[in-house]
Each structure stands twice: as C-alpha cells, then as structure tokens.
Ligand binder design. Structure first.
Ligand code: AMP
Ligand code: MG
Length: 288
C-alpha cells in the first residue's frame, strides 16, 4: 500500500491552494474599486481590505477548487526530501504575508503585489509559496492573469522559468517606498549598472529568479520575517542566497523577532561580489 504523503508536502499543497484563493480575493478587491486603505503606523505602512480578507480566509474554503485544477495532486506526487519526511505538524512554523507590496498595490502597480506563505523547520525556511495575482496584467486580454510559484529545499522551485542576468551585469533591485540614506549608500558602494526600485519582497525575489535583477539590496530595518520566509525558500531552492546585510542567515523559529533589523541581501549568483562591497559604516548602523 502506498504510504500517505508527508506532512510537509500536504502543508505545501494547502499553502498553494490558500495562496491561489488569496490571489483571487486580491483581484476581486481591485475589480470592486474600493481598496479600503487604512494606515497602520504611518503613510508608508498600509493595510487594505484585501489584506484583511486574505488574512481571514477560512482554510476549509479552499481545497475543493485546487483538487479540481490538479495542482494539489501534482504537489502531492512530488517526493518529500528525505530530511523532511518525518516532520510533524507541530514542528513547523508558517509565516504569512497576506499582501506584500501593499503600498504599490494602493498606487496601481499591480504586479508588485504578492501573497507569501513560508514554512520553517528548526528555524530554517524550507518551503514556500508565492502567488502573484496580477502576473501578466499588461500582457494583453488573452493572457492568463496571476500565477503561483512554489518550492521546497532539496526538491526545487516551480511555476516560473529560471533566468539569469547577463554575466558581468550588476543590476540591483531595492525598495521603492521605504528608501533611506543607508539604502542608497550601500547600493552606491556596489557600483551597479542599473538600480530598479519596485515594491514587495516577493516581487524582488521574482526579479532575481527571472533574470531581471542580480541582487536585492535593502540596508534598512522594516522588512519582516513574513516578507522574507517564502521568497528565501524559492531563491535557495534554485541555488541563490538570502541573508541579512552582514551575511548572517535569517532565523524563522516562532520565538524570533519579527523585524529583519539588519536588512536583506539576496542574489541568485555572485553573492560574494555584493557582500564584499557592503560598507563597514552601513554594517555598523544595522544591528541584527
Ligand atoms: P519594500 O521593498 O519597500 O516593498 O519592502 C518590502 C517589505 O518590507 C514590504 O512588506 C514592506 O511593507 C516592508 N517594509 C520595508 N520597510 C518598511 C518600513 N520602513 N516600514 C514598514 N514596512 C516596511
Ligand atoms: Mg510585506
């Protein structure tokens, strides 16, 4: 008799389903035209009706649709990496950002927005799902809107085409709405050919894995564990690296501080080029 799928793979399949449903809600809120924006701590820290609806999504709502579209079975058919096959539900920590890139969402930069579900085990990010509700929104009326990217360490990442920035090009992606002098100083020291300013941690990791940017540099506090958990997994599953600005791995156990106080440095390739150029003054200003 075939054994039932591992707990981790069942959770990933559920997360995929929930993220996809969340993406549908995000599109519906936009279509209805009332974002219901409220300020959380300040004008650049916002919450929308879509955040709240996705946050409150009841899990029992979501499974049937996914079973019908076949993805659920596809994920459960994949082998669970052996080091994770004995994991129990209570050993896992799930970090959710119902709407990453809220500031940009409120300004109509729709493909900056993602729904992030990251799964951690023993403090390490090991599985993740990113739904991008408005993927393809400028690609014409026949394009399928939205996509879901998922990955597990040791298995790989799926739902996109891996692409690298041309060799020798240094293209940095960074915050659009949370800039600071430190962020600028750090980027300048890396002598980039180009700097892209876009919203969302999920969106920036997608830029890395699709060959649009070579490094995500954010030398500032502000980004939280739920912003980095799922994106980190997708990047690591394809051989990239995400750390704080000092080069330390991020920890995702449930007791950990939510804020990534020492910023984010992430690349698909050539991590050392960027890490070696972080100015000491920037490091001194960012205490983990
Ligand atoms: P950004 O690159 O500006 O889109 O930021 C990535 C993620 O970190 C988003 O979820 C932001 O809301 C969050 N974030 C970054 N900086 C700040 C900040 N200064 N205050 C609140 N949230 C922030
Ligand atoms: Mg976020």
């Amino acid at each position: 008799m075939a054994s039932s799928p591992a707990v981790l793979m069942r959770l990933v399949a559920s997360a995929y389903s929930i993220a996809q449903k969340a993406g549908t809600i995000v599109r519906r809120v936009i279509a209805e035209g009332d974002l219901g924006i409220i300020e959380k701590t300040c004008a650049t820290d916002l919450q929308t009706k879509a955040d709240r609806l996705v946050q409150d999504l009841p899990p029992e709502d979501v499974d049937q649709e996914l079973i019908e579209d076949g993805q659920w079975e596809e994920i459960l058919k994949q082998p669970c990496p052996s080091q994770y096959s004995g994991i129990k539900e209570e050993d896992l920590v799930v970090w959710v950002d119902p709407l990453d890139g809220t500031k940009e969402y409120t300004e109509g930069l729709l493909d900056n927005v993602t729904v992030l579900i990251g799964i951690a085990y023993e403090g390490k990010a090991i599985a993740g799902v990113i739904n991008q509700p408005y993927y393809n929104y400028q690609a014409g009326p026949d394009a399928v809107l939205g996509r879901t990217i998922w990955g597990v360490l040791g298995l790989g990442a799926f739902g996109f085409q891996l692409k690298e920035v041309p060799a020798g090009k240094h293209i940095i992606t960074t915050t659009r709405s949370h800039n600071s002098q430190l962020v600028t100083d750090c980027i300048t020291a890396m002598n980039p050919d180009d700097v892209l300013r876009v919203g969302g941690a999920g969106n920036k990791i997608i830029q890395l894995i699709e060959g649009k940017a070579s490094a995500y540099v954010f030398a500032s506090p502000g980004c939280k564990k739920w912003d980095t958990c799922a994106p980190e997994v997708i990047l690591h599953a394809v051989g990239g690296k995400l750390t704080d600005i000092h080069g330390n791995a991020l920890q995702y156990n449930k007791e950990v501080k939510h804020m990534n106080s020492a910023g984010v440095l992430a690349t698909l390739r050539n991590y050392d080029y960027y890490a070696s150029r972080v100015p000491q003054s920037v490091k001194n200003a960012l205490v983990p």
